[in-house]
Ligand binder design. Structure first.
Ligand SMILES: NC(=O)c1ccc[n+]([C@@H]2O[C@H](COP(=O)([O-])OP(=O)(O)OC[C@H]3O[C@@H](n4cnc5c(N)ncnc54)[C@H](OP(=O)(O)O)[C@@H]3O)[C@@H](O)[C@H]2O)c1
Length: 201
């Protein structure tokens, strides 16, 4: 299979790239290939024909903050990266191959909204809705939502850039390692009867 994975430089995306490359042709998309926060570049991106697209890249830059204090440019970056990019890349992947499997990574934040995480939560909830709508729109296509729980990656480091004290103790909470997360994902990734999976500690 030819599989394109966004967010392949770090965390879960990198782990998936390494694991899947053993038996598949994996195209890892990095920020230097395509900055997902740049909607113009994403719109103009020439999507290779692939059998599976994994929208794994994500950010909550400057997030976990009261909504009115979140910088406008960071809000735009989060929405573009976490929502607009997966929507446009999914469209391109399906245009190139109507049988392309689309995999979207959402968050256990979707279960219940806790305050001070509005923009990120909005994008993941919207990505969940987008995934459900794609399943209705293309019932024969294989569309999968992976709802991810706390996993030890660079995600929180990036979220709290410049405020190390805010992420230092987050992994005292129950969490998964990248290896555990990747194993749980790859166990079901090729089972097309699975349309939703929660991977959480
Ligand atoms: N870790 C968790 O606890 C957790 C929980 C729930 C959901 N998730 C979701 O899981 C997915 C993977 O996150 P992770 O935990 O593996 O985080 P991570 O280690 O921070 O990896 C995020 C990846 O996204 C890429 N990315 C971010 N902004 C980008 C941009 N503008 N253009 C291109 N690439 C960009 C990063 O590239 P750079 O290396 O260039 O920054 C990196 O490769 C995300 O969708 C995240 O929302 C994570």
């Amino acid at each position: 299979m030819r599989i394109l994975i966004t967010g392949s430089t770090s965390g879960v995306g990198q782990g998936l790239c390494l694991s899947l490359s053993n038996s598949h042709t994996v195209i890892g998309l990095t920020r230097s290939n395509l900055d997902l926060s740049n909607t113009e570049k994403v719109s103009n991106f020439v999507m290779p024909t692939v059998d599976m697209l994994i929208n794994c890249a994500g950010t909550d830059i400057g997030g976990k903050i009261e909504f009115t204090k979140h910088k406008a440019n960071e809000i735009v970056t989060i929405i573009n990266t976490n929502l607009i990019a997966p929507v446009l890349l999914s469209q391109k992947a399906l245009q190139a191959n109507s049988n392309c499997k689309i995999v979207n990574v959402t968050s256990t934040n979707n279960i219940k909204y806790y305050s001070n995480n509005l923009t990120y939560s909005l994008t993941k909830k919207a990505l969940e809705s987008f995934t459900n709508m794609l399943q209705v729109e293309y019932p024969k296509a294989n569309i999968l939502e992976i709802r991810l729980g706390l996993t030890k990656t660079n995600f929180n480091q990036n979220r709290f850039k410049g405020h190390e004290e805010r992420f230092n103790d987050i992994y005292s909470n129950k969490h998964l390692t990248v290896e555990e997360t990747v194993k749980q994902i790859t166990d079901i990734l090729f089972n097309n009867s699975v349309r939703f999976v929660e991977v959480a500690p």
